[in-house]
Design a protein around this ligand. Structure first.
Ligand code: FES
Length: 680
């Protein structure tokens, strides 16, 4: 039996015996313990920090003496003097094993550290980026060995870091000789570790030890906005986030109008490609500025987008996406160079674009699948990314189905008479008293309700400017709960509802939420056409979800996840009263925020997740709503509030939906019927 000291690592639990004098970093490497190092044990990078523990460890059967590690050395002292080392920490490459020892590897010293996500119910992100930094000692040139500087650098990467078959692009050859000499043959190298197509490649060289970091971008390229998160590729931290409006908006608000623009205008697609790429470069400059880093340190970028954005960004005419069978040029993931897309980041930065699920369900939906992982859920999970198109996923570990449903811009406040984007002054929360029929509301930028003291002061600068998407959903649902609105979507008259807030508005009625005209403000109402617009949008959303449920052979789901910026603000109860989402316990309806953006961040920080989502997307079953006859049937039923054919028992157990009917023959609906009868 060996008498060599026992080295036990936590939290991995890996253990082994090593001769006295072995550096802790060496023991960790031999045991496969996840302990970071950029300088390869030279005492320069401080990435190898560990925390030794002393005393009795009956659980492990170990007693650790004070002298279990070599004494604190000069290298550690120097580092401590310059940068400060947390009390109790040692450098793993400097501390030598002398006796039995228990060593904890703190999260920040783990190569594959977990980047903790805010939501408890989702998995953390495991760090495994495409590009890493390596410090190497390169052999000096020798007249008797006529190999080049590059070959000796590659040899150093192989012998010191076990990196095989590393290549270099021309720009490295052009710049490396002075860098090697400046660093006295010691350099830090950023190596892209390669993928299925590309071999490992040297991306950048710094003389000596480079103490900074390298960065990557996770970009959610939406039709309305482009959002970018700049991430540190060593720590996984988001160091800056920013967004801009998609400059393509000037060619058309929605996707189909952009497709038509390219059909009607020769070269229109190229104009839009150029616009989005220019916008992207502006955004990148913005985030780099915010983080105070050089754009050239951005070596990787991951994009998620819908199919039309995907094609226009890549410089592909989206013509085929505008008509059945909605053929994508390529549905697979793409690994490209940033310069091919005119992106002004590191000259050899890489770009990864997630796979598209289908011609109408894009890489953004794939990113949502990566973030929310319905394929790993035992519970049947419905994930809805609410936007101008709703991307819907339904699945569990058995299978995942996906579709997209054209909800239109109503949820974003467009087509709504008092609608506006979420901004200070917009009504975001609203309640209607079922007895008095009086509303009270809160606007973005203030926590004070409109019937509370201090409201006038709170809105003094912003005013009450309109209703945002989540506000309109609450307003309509509250009106339904208060008996101001019937199941068909008709607003009652003052007589029918008993409130003077219901006013005649042409042939229908409107409900006044806020009349600020006396103070020079706005008259904010919910009109019957507003209700119609939301009915159409929510019916499209619900029918898509219901169609997937049909295909899955279920009538209920275990949980609902609302994704997207808008989804983050929707109240579960109100969404259900409206009949936007299937009947489900309220505590099982959660919001995921920008899940597409999170999916992009996961793929940026963990290249294994890229392979994982490519595999998942291949297995996702795509459903085309346009050719499904049941979609129309569900749509008609879902136009009612909450639904004319589905019972919603869970909802009915928590709220009472008044049984009112305002269709007395004088309203819009009866007019429609009369018109239809005349045509018949
Ligand atoms: S490995 Fe770099 S300081 Fe220890």
């Amino acid at each position: 039996m060996t008498t060599d000291p026992l080295v036990l690592f936590t939290p991995s639990g890996k253990r082994g015996h090593f001769p006295a004098g072995t550096p802790v970093l060496t023991a960790a490497r031999q045991l496969g313990v996840d302990l970071d190092s950029v300088c390869g044990g030279r005492g320069i990078c401080s990435k190898c920090q560990i925390t030794p523990s002393y005393g009795e460890f009956p659980k492990h059967g170990v007693t650790v003496a004070e002298a279990a590690l070599s004494e604190w050395n000069k290298v550690e002292q120097r580092y401590d003097d310059i940068r400060g080392l947390t009390k109790g920490r040692r450098l793993g490459c400097q501390a030598l094993v002398q006796g039995d020892i228990v060593i904890d590897v703190p999260p920040e010293s783990q190569v594959h550290r977990q980047v903790v996500r805010k939501r408890a119910e989702v998995r953390d992100i495991t760090m495994n980026p495409s590009t890493r930094l390596y410090y190497v000692d390169v052999e000096h040139p020798d007249m008797h060995k006529p190999n080049g500087d590059l070959e000796r650098l590659i040899e150093a990467l192989e012998t010191q870091w076990d990196l095989q078959d590393v290549k270099a692009d021309l720009h490295i050859l052009q710049s490396m000789q002075p860098v090697l000499r400046k660093g006295d043959w010691k350099v830090t190298v950023a190596v892209h570790l390669g993928d299925e197509i590309h071999p490992p490649t040297i991306m950048h060289i710094w003389p000596g030890f480079y103490d900074g970091s390298i960065y990557g971008l996770a970009i959610d390229l939406g039709s309305t906005t482009i959002a970018a998160h700049l991430c540190d590729l060593q720590t996984g931290d988001v160091v800056a986030s920013s967004g801009i409006m998609n400059p393509q908006i000037r060619f058309g608000e929605d996707l189909m109008s952009r497709v038509s623009y390219s059909m009607m205008n020769k070269g229109g697609d190229q104009e839009m490609t150029q616009a989005v790429r220019e916008g992207m470069n502006t955004l990148f400059a913005q985030v780099a500025d915010e983080a105070e880093i050089d754009k050239a340190l951005i070596v990787d970028a991951v994009f998620v987008c819908n199919p039309v954005m995907h094609h226009l960004f890549l410089g592909i005419d989206p013509f085929e996406l505008g008509q059945a069978p909605f053929a994508l040029t390529s549905s697979g993931a793409l690994s490209l160079y940033a310069k091919e897309l005119d992106l002004e980041i590191h000259p050899t930065a890489r770009v990864y674009i997630l796979p598209c699920i289908a011609g109408h369900v894009g890489a953004d939906a794939a990113a949502v699948a990566l973030s929310e992982a319905p394929d790993k859920s035992k519970d049947l999970m419905l994930v809805v990314d609410v936007g101008t198109n709703a991307e819907i996923l339904l699945g569990n570990t058995d299978k995942v189905l996906a579709c997209s449903s054209p909800t239109g811009p109503a949820f974003e406040g467009a087509q709504i008479s008092s609608g506006q984007r979420a901004a200070p002054g917009a009504i975001e929360r609203i309640e209607v008293d079922p007895e008095t029929k009086e509303p009270r509301f809160r606007v973005i930028g203030s926590d004070i309700w409109s019937n509370e003291d201090g409201f006038a002061d709170a809105i003094a600068t912003t005013g009450v400017t309109g209703i945002c998407g989540s506000g309109i959903i609450e307003a309509i649902a509250e009106m339904r709960l208060a008996g101001l609105l019937d199941a068909s979507g008709l607003i009652g008259s003052a007589e029918q509802t008993g409130t003077s807030r219901c006013i005649a508005d042409g042939r229908t009625n409107s409900y006044v939420i806020w009349d600020g005209r006396e103070e020079g403000g706005l008259n904010i109402t919910v009109t019957n056409p507003d209700i119609r617009a939301i009915q159409m949008a929510k019916a499209a959303l619900y029918s898509g979800a219901r169609l997937l449920m049909d295909k899955f052979g279920v009538d209920t789901v275990d949980k609902v996840i609302l994704a997207g910026a808008f989804g983050a603000h929707i109240s579960a109860k109100h969404a259900m009263v409206l009949g936007m989402i299937p009947d489900c316990p309220l505590d099982k309806v959660t919001s995921a925020g920008n899940a597409a953006g999170t999916g992009a961040r996961i793929a940026l920080l963990n290249t294994k997740a890229r392979t994982e989502i490519e595999d998942t997307v291949r297995r996702i079953e795509k459903i085309e709503t346009a050719v499904e006859s049941r979609f129309q049937e569900h749509f008609v039923n879902a136009s009612a509030i909450p639904n004319s054919a589905e019972p919603f028992p869970i909802l009915n157990s928590i709220v009472t939906l008044p049984d009112v009917n305002f269709n007395t023959g004088g309203g819009e609906q009866s007019g429609g019927r009369k018109r239809r009868r005349r045509r018949e």
